[in-house]
Design a protein around this ligand. Structure first.
Ligand SMILES: [Zn+2]
Length: 434
C-alpha cells in the first residue's frame, strides 16, 4: 500500500522538474531571509538566478552542523519568529545544542512524510502503534506520534524508559507495531523474557527502528526473537526528524528518500566533490520545502550510497543504503577509504570470528599498515593452529576483496579486547606518533 500514490510514484523526469522548481524557490527564500546564506552566496559569487538545473547544485555552499552552532539559537531561521510553532533541539553532548524551528506547514509536511513512511513499512490505519521514541526536545517521539495520527492509526505515546511497564503495556494493549531504536528492542526482548512473556505470542508484527546505525545481521536477530518484520527508518533533526527516508516492507533493501522534499547527494567527505550514482560517500541533503530552517547541502556526516534502480514496491524515489558509519570515523589507508563498520560486517559473516575487534594503524616508512585484531569465538579457541591460520587468511582475503586494502589479521584470545560502556573504541591510529 502506498500512502500518496501520485507523489511517491512520480516518474523521475517529473520528480526532477519539481525538485528544480523547489530548489530555485529555496535559494530565493534563504537569500532574501537568512544573512548567513546571503553571505555564503556572495562569497561563492552566485545569486539564486544562477540555479536553473539540478547540476547547478554543486555551486551552492555546504551547510555544516557548526553553522547551526555558530548561529545559535535562531540565526538560520528563515521566517519571522511568530510563524514558528514548535522548536526541537539536539542533545548537544559534543558542543552547543542545535536548534530547529517548524512552521505549521513544516509540521504538516513532517506528519505526511511520517505517514508515508509508516505505510511503506507495512502499517495502516488499523494498526496500534507503541511509540517508545523519547518525547521532548528530541524529534523521535513527536515526529512518530503525529505521523501515526495522520495515518489514522492508534498511537500509544509511551516514550522511553520504564522498560518493565513497556512490556506489560505491549501485552495488555496488544500493539501491532513498535517504534524505538533497534538496540532498545533487544533490551525490551530481554525484559519480556525475564517477565515470562514471549513477544512472539503477542499481536506485535512490525518494528520501525531507527535513530542509530544497525546491521542486517541485527535485523534477522530481532525479527526472530520478536516474531516481527523489522524495517529501517532514517532521519535527523537538522533536516526534519524521523521520516526523511524509509525502507519499504516490499523490498527491505534501502530506504526511499522522500525526494519531493529532500534533495540528496553523495560526496567525497575529504574533497567535497560530488560522487557518481552508486558510489559510497557522505550523504548531503538539501531541504526543498522546509520553511522554518531550510538548509542547503547539509553535510549529514553519515556514510551511505544512493540506489536509483527501480524498486519492486513501485515507488520511484531513490533508495539510500543503511548508514554504514560516520565520515568522522573514516580511515584513509594508502588512499583507500575504510570504515570500521565495513570490517565489522565482514567479521559478523565469518564463522569462528567474533564481532569484537580493534583496528591498529601504523606507519612503516612511508606506508600505512593496518592490523585488524580479532577475538576468536569461544568455540574456536581450542582449535588447531592450522585452522586458526586458515581463519586469519580467510578474513584477510575477504578484506582485500571487499575493501581493496591489505590488512594484517591477528587472532587474539576471547575477551581480550577491552569492552566499553559507551561507544566502543575501534580504531587506534598511531600514524602521527613516533
Ligand atoms: Zn521500495
Amino acid at each position: 500500500m502506498i500512502y500518496d500514490v501520485d507523489r511517491e510514484t512520480l516518474p523521475r523526469e517529473e520528480l526532477e522538474t519539481l525538485q528544480v522548481k523547489r530548489l530555485r524557490n529555496l535559494c530565493e527564500r534563504v537569500y532574501a531571509n537568512v544573512g548567513h546564506y546571503r553571505r555564503k552566496f556572495e562569497e561563492a559569487g552566485i545569486t539564486p538566478a544562477d540555479i536553473n538545473s539540478l547540476s547547478d547544485l554543486k555551486y551552492l555552499p555546504f551547510t555544516e552542523k557548526q553553522d547551526l552552532r555558530n548561529n545559535y539559537p535562531f540565526g538560520l531561521f528563515a521566517v519571522p519568529k511568530e510563524n514558528i510553532v514548535r522548536l526541537h533541539a539536539s542533545s548537544g553532548t559534543t558542543g552547543k545544542a542545535t536548534v530547529v524551528g517548524y512552521t505549521a506547514r513544516d509540521l504538516n509536511n513532517w506528519a505526511e512524510l511520517m505517514a508515508r513512511s509508516f505505510m511503506a513499512g507495512g502499517l495502516s490505519r488499523r494498526d496500534l502503534i507503541h511509540n517508545a521514541y523519547g518525547y521532548g526536545l528530541f524529534t523521535g517521539g513527536l515526529g512518530a506520534h503525529y505521523g501515526a495520527e495522520k495515518l489514522g492509526a492508534t498511537v500509544i505515546p509511551v516514550s522511553g524508559g520504564n522498560t518493565k511497564r513497556q512490556v506489560v503495556l505491549l501485552r495488555d494493549f496488544g500493539a501491532t507495531a513498535i517504534c524505538c531504536t533497534p538496540s532498545y528492542s533487544l533490551y525490551l526482548y530481554e525484559a519480556a523474557t525475564e517477565a515470562g512473556i514471549d513477544l512472539r505470542d503477542l499481536p506485535l508484527r512490525v518494528g520501525i527502528f531507527g535513530a542509530e546505525p544497525w546491521t542486517d545481521e541485527m535485523r534477522y536477530d530481532i525479527e526472530q526473537k520478536m516474531g516481527i518484520s523489522a524495517v529501517n527508518i532514517y532521519g535527523l533533526s537538522e533536516i526534519m526528524g524521523p521520516g526523511v527516508s524509509m525502507e519499504c516492507a516490499d523490498a527491505k533493501d534501502g530506504m526511499h528518500i522522500w525526494e519531493d522534499h529532500f534533495l540528496p547527494e553523495i560526496i567525497d567527505p575529504v574533497t567535497g566533490e560530488q560522487l557518481p550514482p552508486g558510489e559510497r560517500g557522505e550523504l548531503v541533503i538539501t531541504t526543498l520545502t522546509k520553511e522554518g530552517i531550510p538548509l542547503i547541502r547539509y553535510r549529514t556526516r553519515d556514510i551511505s550510497r544512493l540506489n536509483y534502480t527501480p524498486c519492486c514496491c513501485g515507488r520511484t524515489h531513490v533508495r539510500m543504503d543503511r548508514v554504514m558509519g560516520r565520515s568522522d570515523d573514516m580511515l584513509i589507508i594508502r588512499g583507500v577509504n575504510v570504515f570500521p563498520s565495513q570490517i565489522e560486517s565482514i567479521l559478523l559473516e565469518t564463522e569462528g570470528a567474533s564481532p569484537h575487534y580493534q583496528i591498529v594503524v601504523k606507519k612503516h616508512g612511508n606506508l600505512d599498515v593496518m592490523e585488524v585484531q580479532v577475538e576468536l569465538s569461544e568455540n574456536m579457541f581450542s582449535d588447531e593452529i592450522k585452522n586458526l591460520q586458515r581463519l586469519e587468511g580467510r578474513i584477510q582475503k575477504t578484506i582485500k576483496e571487499f575493501l581493496g586494502v591489505t590488512a594484517k589479521v591477528r587472532l587474539v584470545d576471547p575477551r581480550s579486547i577491552q569492552r566499553s560502556e559507551g561507544k566502543a573504541k575501534r580504531v587506534l591510529d598511531l600514524r602521527n606518533e613516533e
